[in-house]
Design a protein around this ligand. Sequence first.
Ligand SMILES: Nc1ncnc2c1ncn2[C@@H]1O[C@H](COP(=O)(O)OP(=O)(O)O)[C@@H](O)[C@H]1O
Ligand SMILES: [Mg+2]
Length: 283
Amino acid sequence: MGDERVLRIEGLCARVGEAEILHGVDLEVRPGEVHAVMGPNGSGKSTLSHVLMGRPGYEVTGGSVTLDGVDLLALPTWQRARAGLFLALQHPTEVPGVSLESVVAEATRQSGEEPGESTHDVHDVLVREASRIGFDKRFLARPLNVDLSGGEKKRNETLMLGALGRSYAVLDEIDSGLDVDALAAVSRRIQEATDEDGLGVLAITHFSRLLDVLEPDRVHVLAAGRIQAVGGPELAERLEAEGYAGVLAEAGASVGLPAGVTHPGDDGHDAGFGEDPFADPLA
Ligand SMILES: Nc1ncnc2c1ncn2[C@@H]1O[C@H](COP(=O)(O)OP(=O)(O)O)[C@@H](O)[C@H]1O
Ligand SMILES: [Mg+2]
């Protein structure tokens, strides 16, 4: 398929357990672009992020996802990461006994870009990344996300994003839990990654404030498992001011839940997926 560089999601349908959550999602993110995805609670935003990264328990029932021509859905999660995809989780996993620094060192080794890269280099990169977002470097040696506040976890995710240098990033509510200063620093760091490194971003958010610094090329409204409306940055402002009902009514959609969903509001933590690398090991 040549060397076209794009993260392309076409007609993506997926189910979790008995419920069909995604009903044909179409989205294209090119290098350097920022695409915001907004949508009511329970509309399938986190489901989309999990399906893209290959979380167990999420079954793709139709459509395709390619990253720079690579069939992402055919790959296990770690190979999706290696192909260039980064996911910042809405609820970052706590990993007792493993530091952020070892996670990034191992991920760097696994991606095989620089086999000679020493843990020293990783440390330097992380210290630099921490200072770029005004994060205390003592967090680097702490067990990953353990006993951190919501906002500190989101800054950990941002550190990993900066240090790993993937091509495309899916950010699931990276702004939630951040105070005003941290939000400004985090959005600035992500914007710089798009400008300097050509990072393509799919940013799931509820708030236009993230998008004041992180300038979206397009804003997509996901509801009932489908993109129902697309617009420019002004759409995010309108949604924040007016809510979803008006925009969705114009698009001929309702705010209703996807068919088959009986318990809105959670993120599938009760799903009993068995062996799940995304799960909180203490839960
Ligand atoms: N394991 C599951 N079984 C059934 N429904 C689920 C499961 N996990 C999530 N859902 C439902 O899927 C819908 C979409 O969830 P999610 O993608 O987390 O929404 P969002 O991130 O947009 O708030 C929600 O209604 C949620 O309750
Ligand atoms: Mg969510």
